[in-house]
Design a protein around this ligand. Structure first.
Ligand code: HEM
Length: 535
């Protein structure tokens, strides 16, 4: 009897497990059909577009590429293999041609930022900021308020504060140079005795955070002074108590970019599941901490006030079309946007400029000759009016932004109702298109056969700017282009002029490529250089 029971129990177990396995297999097939096969056949209009096989069926090809930190490179290689059009995800086509810029990003085209940008929205209860607002009317409202804060008059008023931070950077580097000169220690390379060896990227990050802190909130983070990457974070613990902590702002901003730049590529339904993976979980903590940094700065600033009109004061006094000012939460979201958009964009770009000049000593000497000649009577940090039209300095900045391009990926946009024809191909409404900056910046048709080479001199040719402008997008183009472009160009012009006029710079590893890791931006990871004061 017992034996019979066991046997029937065993049979039932086998039947159950067979039927549940079959059930599981059917469910899996249904999921695969729903997620992979159906969307593939729904997009028959994209079937003829070449690309990696995996990318035609699922978002994982692009997602995995992004997690590896070199999305710009992988997409570039696909374009080299397949040509102008590459399908990089089931509903996403990358178009590597400057003729695609206007229809994809231009004014009046009606294209919108897709769900990708939802992964950049700050955690609740904060609303969206200018950068990640997708709704057109809401973006227009915000853009009107924010662009007012970047009006030319405001920017001129920022110049003394930017110059003060650059002077602080020079003072710190001078200390290191003086010490190294006294000690006359051997450097990491033969013949480099008596130089100060430091991670230039780290110091440029200190500068960029202090500068944006000063511009946006009326005071710096104190990073240059302390020589430490540290920022105050305000947050609520699980019991709702307000807490204060200190953290590395640079690491946090990097991890936040990696989180958003990757998570945004996953279909919306999958995002909560990805959050369970340690890679995303850790980076989500950084997203929250970054909001905590903005909150701490906004709170301190509102409590203590500011003696001058910083960006926050401008935002506070600005009103939208209905005469409404921004509330505290929106103010914090915009302050966060500026902190993110205006800090490491500048430090990454300036780090790349230092790298490219130091690896092209002839170009560095040419720049130094111009600075010596034109800035004879300037202070350590020149005036913007003295440098904004220096031909070789501006050529170096343009070439470096072209060649490195911290925003290197194709920024995605969704085609609106009615569809659009781009570079001779029709794309129906709802298709996501992007134009990869890294690849477009290397178009031989525009930049010539030496497009793969770093050569600032190309910008000196007559009509160069006019010819290159059509394929030059470091700040993007159209209604969503960088609102801080003029501030960024002022910072870069002053900073690079001041640094190269004062120091002779060599790299510890001049034969190596600049190491980078890409989240949303393509960021250098380290740059060890030996500095000495020029005679
Ligand atoms: C070298 C420095 C910089 C570079 C290369 C850069 C590049 C860009 C790019 C490519 C975009 C478009 C992003 C997209 O469509 O997804 C953008 C947007 C933006 N940038 Fe910059 N940026 C720089 C500096 C700054 C600075 C200094 C600020 C402010 C202080 C700033 C504020 C913004 C904001 C608020 C947006 C969003 C604009 C909108 O959606 O309407 N950026 N930037």
């Amino acid at each position: 009897m017992v034996e019979a029971d066991i046997l029937s129990y065993g049979r039932a177990a086998v039947e159950w497990s067979t039927s549940s396995l079959a059930h599981l297999a059917v469910t899996l097939l249904a999921v695969v059909a729903a997620v992979v096969v159906v969307p593939f056949f729904q997009r028959t209009h994209l079937i003829g577009i070449p690309g990696p096989l995996a990318a035609k069926f699922s978002d994982f090809w692009l997602l995995r590429t992004a997690m590896n930190g070199h999305r710009f490179q992988s997409v570039h290689e696909q374009h080299q293999k397949y040509g102008t059009f590459v399908r990089i995800a089931p509903n996403h086509v990358s178009i590597a041609h400057h003729d695609a810029l206007n229809p994809v990003y231009g004014h009046g085209t009606g294209t919108l930022k897709p769900e990708y940008y939802d992964a950049f929205v700050p955690p609740r209860p904060f609303p969206r900021g200018l950068f990640n607002t997708r709704d057109r009317a809401e973006h227009t409202r915000k853009r009107k308020i924010v662009s007012h804060t970047f009006a030319p008059k405001t920017i001129t008023a920022f110049e003394p504060f930017i110059r003060r931070e650059i002077q602080m950077l020079l003072d710190r580097w001078d200390e290191f140079c003086a010490k190294a000169k006294d000690e006359q220690k051997e450097g990491p390379r033969p013949g480099t005795k008596g130089r100060a060896w430091l991670d230039v990227l780290m110091w440029l990050n200190f500068f960029a955070f202090d500068a944006i802190g000063d511009l946006a909130f009326g005071s710096t983070f104190g990073m240059l002074e302390k020589g430490v990457d540290e920022a105050k974070v305000e947050y609520e613990d699980s019991d709702g108590n307000k807490k204060v902590d200190y953290c590395s702002a640079v690491t946090i901003i990097n991890e936040r970019g990696e989180f958003s730049g990757t998570m945004g590529l996953a279909p919306t339904w999958m995002r909560p599941y990805l959050l369970k993976l340690p890679w995303f979980e850790r980076r989500l903590r950084s997203v929250k901490k970054l909001t905590g940094i903005a909150l701490a700065r906004v709170n301190d600033r509102l409590q203590n006030g500011s003696e001058r009109e910083d960006l926050l004061a401008k935002l506070q006094s600005a009103k939208d079309d209905r005469g409404e000012p921004m509330g505290k939460m929106e103010l914090t979201a915009e302050a966060l946007t500026q902190l993110i958009a205006g800090s490491d964009t500048t430090s990454n770009s300036s780090c790349a400029i230092v790298y490219h000049l130091a690896t092209h000593p002839d170009k560095m000497r040419k720049l130094q000759a111009e600075l010596d000649e034109e800035l004879k009577h300037s202070e350590d940090v020149p005036l913007h009016s003295d440098v904004q039209e220096l031909p070789y300095l501006q050529a170096v900045l343009s070439e470096s932004l072209r060649y490195h391009s911290t925003s290197a990926i194709g920024l995605p946009r969704v085609i609106p109702a009615g569809g659009a024809t781009v570079c001779g191909k029709f794309f129906p409404a709802g298709t996501t298109l992007s134009v990869p900056a890294y690849t477009v910046h290397r178009e031989k048709e525009v930049y010539g056969d030496d497009a793969e080479e770093y050569n600032p001199d190309r910008w000196l040719a007559p009509d160069a700017r006019k010819n290159f402008d059509k394929a030059f997008i470091p700040f993007s183009v159209g209604p969503r282009a960088c609102v801080g472009r003029n501030v960024a160009m002022m910072e870069l012009s002053l900073l690079i002029a001041a640094i190269f006029r004062r120091y002779d710079i060599v790299l510890a590893e001049p034969d190596k490529d600049l190491p980078t890791f890409e989240g949303f931006l393509r960021k250098p990871t380290i740059l060890i250089a030996g500095l000495k004061r020029r005679e």
